[in-house]
Design a binder for this molecule. Structure first.
Ligand SMILES: Cc1cc2nc3c(=O)[nH]c(=O)nc-3n(C[C@H](O)[C@H](O)[C@H](O)COP(=O)(O)OP(=O)(O)OC[C@H]3O[C@@H](n4cnc5c(N)ncnc54)[C@H](O)[C@@H]3O)c2cc1C
Ligand code: SF4
Length: 526
């Protein structure tokens, strides 16, 4: 076993949240090391192909998947530098003010310990840091005013525009989607060429992935990225009052210790609780930061109701990005659909490839042989899709627990138990019904709901934020209530899920948490 020279900050995971902490703290002059279990991907490793794209993604994780609606990995997990955000779709909606106070306003779910106004300035700053394209003014029909986005909206294409008539007919206002992509050259990064390969990583750097944004800044400021380093435990002093560092296994599967004044867990919503639970000691028998028993609890996901539509013209569905062209919060009110509860966030107009994620070969799973062939011939020109993301409320039964089976490093696997409740199912159905009405009003020749197993997109929760140690794991900065030199970052700290894709909020909360840590350094790291 080797012990490395002590650093100021050890960050576990070099994805979306970890890269922000690394940039802020390295720029503040701290000695920062990021421990990343996967490879050190470069832009040159990104190849615009569904087959090659699989190299940069995890096939599964060290988790057993249980419950009525087991978690899936494809829309949320990453592996290697950049994390899932290396190959995300970069839809960048914000949460809205109504997300932060559901308990106060409806007597359901949980309140966040902060409000929209606490996060809003960080949304604006993230946009300026990494580049967001969109029309802030247009969005302000649903939210308080903020700064304009640094780039104008992306180009639109017929497969997105063709839906607008249908949305208008049912009273849904669509505005240009906010996306973490370059509609123009931005800080030396090229403008998007609309070839629709974002889901396997953007080789020209037009997609705001961590490698070309916060992580690049962190490296420039001296942060070290240590790839192929899998963290297995967070270490504490004998009294159990302070974090002292982390244990990890290197590429040769040799055990190493990295001492640090502060540890930031940024290894995604599923791994962070697993690490905290596996770091139990005599002083912390239930795991670190877990006297409340809430580590691993309140896991949440988004579901999506996709509506497919076939049109009788060439709508250029190969063009564009895998992000959306248009978006709407018109169904974001928690009681927008009668008889259901929760927000919906609507998107339209993502480019379509043949196979893999969202590809048109999977749009009619009931077809085989000549029927499938005929369908694909039409779909290649005329098929398009809209989607409505739905909100799942936090439920303590949706949880992560360690199990006795072990991984290759001897660390216990975990199980993720997840089932949707009746509210979620009702909302999922309501969005399908409305989707078909929109397709009909848009003049689609055929339309159908993309049903199947109810999807689980964007894993959140497990280390939720709150006001105190008896109702949450961390405070609004991601700092553990119990061990002040331990931080948790990422969607795991969300108290509720909203219906907006999470990463813009992940970046904003991470910026807020990292700057708070830099400001309070001497008291936290002391
Ligand atoms: C196909 C796809 C499309 C998506 N589209 C969108 C979208 O349009 N909009 C949106 O908002 N979000 C989207 N997401 C989700 C988004 O990418 C994630 O929400 C975000 O990246 C999560 O950030 P994170 O920092 O928590 O985790 P990640 O960015 O995944 O980073 C976690 C890192 O930790 C590393 N790690 C894990 N365990 C360990 C360990 N034990 N030791 C060391 N390192 C470890 C992982 O390898 C990974 O690199 C998408 C994701 C995918 C996969
Ligand atoms: S569509 Fe744009 S952002 Fe997506 S991979 Fe192509 S150039 Fe990059």
């Amino acid at each position: 076993m080797a012990t490395h020279e002590k650093v100021d900050v050890a960050i576990v995971g070099a994805g979306a949240s970890g890269s922000v902490y690394a940039a802020v703290l390295a720029k503040a002059g701290k000695k920062v090391v990021l421990l990343e279990s996967g490879p050190d991907w470069q832009l040159t490793d990104l190849i615009s192909s569904d087959f090659w794209g699989r190299r940069i993604k995890p096939a599964s994780g060290p988790f057993l998947l249980e419950g009525k609606n087991p978690f899936g990995y494809v829309y949320q997990a990453g592996w290697g530098v950049g994390g899932a955000a290396l190959h995300y779709f970069a839809n960048f909606p914000r949460l809205l003010p109504n997300d932060f106070k559901i308990k106060s306003e409806h007597g359901r779910a949980l309140d966040w310990p902060i409000s929209y106004d606490d996060v809003a300035p960080y949304y604006d700053r993230v946009a300026g840091d990494i580049g967001v394209s969109g029309d802030a003014k247009a969005e302000e029909i649903w939210r308080p005013a903020g700064k304009p986005y640094p780039m104008p909206p992306m180009k639109t294409f017929r497969h997105g525009e063709i839906w607008l008539k249908g949305f208008e007919a049912v009273g849904i206002r669509m505005v240009p989607a906010a996306v973490g992509m370059n509609s123009a050259e931005f800080k030396g990064r090229r403008a998007c060429i609309y070839d629709g390969w974002c889901h396997v990583g953007c080789p020209i750097g037009a997609l705001a992935n961590p490698v070309v944004t916060y992580l690049a800044d962190a490296r420039k400021a001296g942060a070290e990225v240590r790839p192929r380093a899998t963290v297995t435990r967070v270490l504490t002093n004998p009294q159990g009052t302070k974090i002292t560092g982390i244990e990890y296994y290197d590429e040769k599967k040799e055990r190493q210790v990295q001492e640090a004044s502060v540890v930031v867990l940024a290894a995604w919503s599923a791994q962070n609780p697993r690490l905290l639970l596996n770091s139990a000691t005599d002083r912390h028998p239930k795991g670190l930061a877990n006297s409340s028993g809430l580590v691993g609890k309140y896991m949440m996901a988004h579901f999506s109701s996709g509506t497919w539509a076939m049109f009788d013209e060439d709508i250029q569905n190969h063009m564009g990005t895998t992000g959306a062209q248009f978006m709407s919060y018109d169904r974001y009110g928690k009681t927008s659909h009668p008889g259901t509860f929760g927000s919906s966030f609507i998107t339209a107009g993502s480019a379509m490839k043949t196979s893999d994620l969202g590809g048109f070969a999977n749009a009619r799973v009931d077809l085989f042989g000549p029927d499938l062939h005929a369908f694909m011939q039409r779909a290649a020109r005329g098929l398009t899709r809209i989607g409505a993301f739905g909100e799942e409320l936090p439920n303590i039964e949706n949880r992560i627990e360690l199990v006795s089976d072990k991984d290759e490093f001897g660390m216990p696997l975990a199980k993720i138990v997840h089932s949707y409740d009746q509210d979620a199912i009702a909302l999922w159905n309501a969005n399908f019904e409305e989707g078909l009405k929109i397709a009909k009003a848009a003049g689609a020749k055929e339309s159908w709901s993309g049903r199947g197993n109810m999807p689980t997109i964007h894993l959140m929760g497990g280390t939720i934020m709150g006001t105190a140690a008896d109702n949450s794991v961390v405070n609004s900065y991601g700092q553990s209530h119990e061990l002040p030199n331990l931080y948790v970052a990422g969607p795991g700290i969300f108290a509720t899920a909203g219906a907006s894709n999470p990463t813009y909020t992940i970046f904003a909360l991470s910026l807020r948490g990292a700057e708070h840590l830099a400001e309070k350094w001497s008291t936290v790291a002391g």
